[in-house]
Design a protein around this ligand. Sequence first.
Ligand code: GLY
Length: 353
Amino acid sequence: VAAAWDVAVVGGGVVGCAVAYALARRGARVVLLERDRVAAGASYGAGGMLAPQVEAHGPGPLLRLGLASRDLFPALEAEVGPFDLDLRGIVRVAHTEAGAAELAARAAWQREQGLEARLLEPSEVRSLFPDLGSPPLAALWVPDGRLVPERLTRALALAAVRHGAVVREGVPVRSVRPGRVETGEGPVVAAHVVVSAGAWSADLAPVPVRPVKGQRVLVRHSRPLLDRVLWGDGCYLVPQPGGRVLIGATEEPEAGFDRRPTAAAVARLLARAVELVPALGEAEVLEAWAGLRPDTPDHLPLLGPLGEGGVWAATGHYRNGILLAPVTGERLAAALLEGEPLPGECLPDRFRG
Ligand code: GLY
């Protein structure tokens, strides 16, 4: 006999887990269905940068959402953590004139928006990053941060369970329709269904989501080389506990659903990382990994109802799934349970002809 739920969430990545947590915390009866294990896909290998300012191309809805979500992390870590949150900033360095001009322009427009953004003196750069190779022409500090994505995702899933949600792993979802999810283990009946299946969301719902492959390499050095995230020309370096450094990332929209790390990409990432921080040349290589970012035509997430039948999208977060998970959970839960409005720029029906 199929159980009846208020909400079935499809997908146990960071977004599905954040949605399940936010719903369960508000008292909804939630089941989360994950075909593999929680945090098995992009949420496992993501860099974990919380980078609304470093990644922004300009003011707009993505920046607004990203800043709102960044602000939610300290309280979230107190509620569900720990997940190694560090909001002491990200430094982006440039070794070319064009890159330096871009950093100066970025600092200027972000300050005009009332945000903190500071070009660092060479002496500050040296004291923050004593292992940096050749000195950059410019360095920009912004109050972004980082965390360990797998820990965040698992913490959200466990917190959802503490609030009464049921997390079912190893349950593949075959199809979604209003009120009903067909799985490899039989039907699941729920008043609402939320599709949070990342790059695979278009297999289950009419959403314009496509994969953009990203590769990264994880290394470990015997001493901590980096105190905070360093973003250079062609790679970013994210320090993790235990002397680990995550080196990211490629952008390969032409690769489709291919999730194999390749020798050429790994070689390029390692070369850029070692150029930026030469001591990384002695680091032990722990893991090469590739995952799929769920992209949309305008690179904004899909957040909201798909028609009138109680099927919802919470997907398409592209490069920003870790950052946007808390705001996604909160806004979607408030909309679904309390009828609160969702950000208009993210409504899925913006793509309807
Ligand atoms: N936000 C980092 C990346 O997607 O590579």
